[in-house]
Write a new protein. Structure first.
Length: 260
């Protein structure tokens, strides 16, 4: 058998497996479980002190000759990192949520609009509660290349950017049946959240484990909100005469009802 024929058959079999209803229904739940487990694993290592050595090493890599007050890179790069970290600030995220909420209301997707708003408010409450529980100190102030205050774990910027960008992308993705558009929305959301998290470590205001836990927690929250939206039937079926029953994943295909 030719290698090309074998790879084609394998791709066909995988596509057939993915189209099975059971697999597509189970995949988001498995992803949610992985995200929750990842957060708990990171939290456990932080509480036991096992993450500190690696955290400090990564933070030192972002400094010239490991000097706390000398971030790596030219001034324009440092300013760019501050710009990226601002994308995860409460003001920018609040404006984003309100803007999307208004757009969904105008599109008569009221259920999804209120779910988007509720997910952001609930995510912020969860992030604050987790910070209070863990009460982890930030890196030494000598590392700080931007203003920061409060507890460190998990990173609110990383977690809330994941909560807001991923949740909004996953919810809005339900409004289009095109897989490419869904994948693009989710990919850009992940890219934004990733950039915000990396900037927090570079600027010396968070440990890498803070950011990793923020990503995991935010992804778990976004998946939970998406599963709720699917359970409630929010999305393509509202006000457009289409059926969402075939929708089974943030990037899966959705089939609309057609008239004969």
């Amino acid at each position: 058998m030719k290698p090309r024929t074998l790879s084609t058959q394998l791709a066909t079999q995988l596509a057939t497996l993915w189209r099975s209803q059971e697999i597509r229904l189970l995949a988001p739940i498995v992803a949610l479980g992985i995200a929750v487990w990842s957060f708990m694993k990171i939290a456990s290592e932080v509480l036991e002190g096992e993450a500190h050595a690696l955290d400090l090493r990564i933070l030192s890599w972002c400094r010239v000759n490991a000097l706390p007050d000398h971030p790596w890179g030219p001034l324009w790069f440092q300013e760019g990192m501050r710009d990226l970290t601002a994308l995860g600030s409460p003001a920018v995220l609040a404006f984003t949520v309100v803007a999307v909420w208004g757009g969904l209301m105008l599109a008569r997707q009221r259920g999804m609009a209120w779910l988007a708003l509720g997910s952001a408010v609930g995510g912020q409450a969860l992030a604050l509660a987790l910070k209070a529980v863990f009460s982890r100190d930030r890196p030494d102030a000598a590392f700080h290349a931007t203003v920061a205050a409060g507890h460190s774990f998990p990173s609110s910027h990383a977690m809330m950017s994941a909560v807001v960008f991923l949740t909004l992308a996953a919810l809005v993705a339900r409004l289009t049946p095109r897989t490419a558009l869904r994948a693009y929305a989710l990919g850009m959301a992940a890219l934004l959240s990733g950039a915000v998290g990396v900037s927090r470590v570079y600027l010396g205001v968070h440990w890498a484990s803070d950011v990793a836990a923020g990503w995991a927690g935010g992804a778990a929250w976004a998946l939970a909100c998406w599963l709720l939206a699917r359970q409630l039937g929010l999305g393509l079926g509202q006000g457009r005469g289409t059926d969402t029953s075939a929708d089974s994943g943030p990037t899966g295909h959705t089939q609309a009802n057609t008239r004969p």
